[in-house]
Design a protein around this ligand. Structure first.
Ligand code: B12
Ligand code: SF4
Ligand code: SF4
Length: 242
């Protein structure tokens, strides 16, 4: 949870307990170009949540919108900006309509290495973390150093995630997204509203989301898959999954 941000405790208490400051100039150009930064936008700040705290805060505020986690996260980041960086100009990139490869940013930050089911995993949080907000700023904060929480999959002998997947989507050694989607859409699917592979992983089990958060998030990706199968359009960046 190391961070270079001022007032980081505010974010940590609010459940946005992963933060990373990137200098745009140090990021791969093909990652930055779609973000269309203006000349004064020099840094990207990524906010994530790990574990259960964020959902506790969201529930304490009450669920008042279709996207309560997104709304809460943006409100929290704006409240943090107002006290920590009142002079800064900031633009919210995510959540939003633009394309941004969050796991790719996460890989640079040291947060992301993929589990067999393609969600990022580390030895501390397991797969129970996600990306909640990304902003572009005109700040000159110290850039964050990558973290290394360890990657558990290489030394995991039994790999219970693979056998837990009822669709066999992990069985070949390469994640089979069409099989995963078909498995979730099948009548009587046991993983439509919660990935059984993710649940079977013992790493970071104490940080596993509450069941109602798992259902809430899975409902978002299920809706995206239904839309995809009905329209033929690839699930877009607007997909609110976590
Ligand atoms: C579209 C999308 C989906 C699509 C398919 C993914 C795909 N690649 O086609 C669907 C709807 C199926 C999906 C499902 C889920 N998703 Co999703 N998804 C996204 C989204 C919006 C865009 C991914 C993308 O296309 N990126 C474009 C490329 C260029 O970006 P990239 O980072 O360079 O690419 C990486 C990913 O595409 C990844 N990848 C490739 N194939 C697949 C397949 C799956 C299922 C996943 C999760 C990732 C993945 O590998 C790439 C290299 O690292 C991202 C958010 C985002 N903006 O990045 C979330 C995101 C990847 N999803 C996330 C999650 C948690 C899930 C679900 C668990 C949600 C849920 N609760 O049900 C499920 C996974 C179920 C499973 N494994 O069984 C999280 C992952 C967090 C983490 N710790 O890594 C993200 C980052 C959202 C977030 N706000 O944090 N997702
Ligand atoms: S069960 Fe093992 S291989 Fe599967 S995600 Fe967890 S640590 Fe990785
Ligand atoms: S959502 Fe279901 S089909 Fe997809 S990887 Fe998880 S357990 Fe397998």
């Amino acid at each position: 949870m190391s961070t270079t941000l001022p007032f980081a405790d505010f974010l940590n208490q609010a459940g946005l307990n992963r933060q990373h400051v990137f200098d745009l100039a140090a990021l791969p150009p093909d990652l930055v170009a779609p973000l269309e930064p203006t000349p004064h936008e020099r840094q990207l700040i990524l906010f994530g949540h790990a574990g259960r705290r964020l959902w506790e805060c969201v529930q304490a505020e009450g669920i008042h919108s279709a996207h309560p986690i997104d709304d809460y996260s943006v409100r929290t980041v704006q409240a943090w900006l107002a006290q920590a960086l009142p002079q800064a100009r900031a633009r919210v990139l995510f959540p939003g309509a633009g394309r941004i490869g969050l796991q790719r940013l996460g890989a640079i930050a040291g947060w992301h290495r993929a589990a067999p089911f393609m969600v990022g995993i580390d030895s501390v949080w397991g797969s129970w973390f996600a990306y909640r907000c990304a902003i572009l700023t005109d700040t000159t904060l110290p850039a964050s150093a990558p973290v290394d929480n360890g990657y558990p999959c290489d030394s995991c002998v039994d790999k219970p995630c693979i056998s837990a997947c009822p669709a066999g989507a992990l069985a070949s050694g390469k994640f089979d997204l069409p099989a995963c989607n078909a498995g979730r859409l099948a009548e009587g699917s046991t993983c439509a509203l919660g990935c059984l592979a993710r649940r079977a992983c013992p790493v970071g089990a104490q940080h596993r989301y509450e069941d109602n958060q798992i259902r809430h998030s899975a409902a978002g990706s299920l809706a995206a898959i239904r839309h995809y199968s009905a329209t033929g359009q690839a699930p877009g960046q607007a997909t609110r999954t976590a």
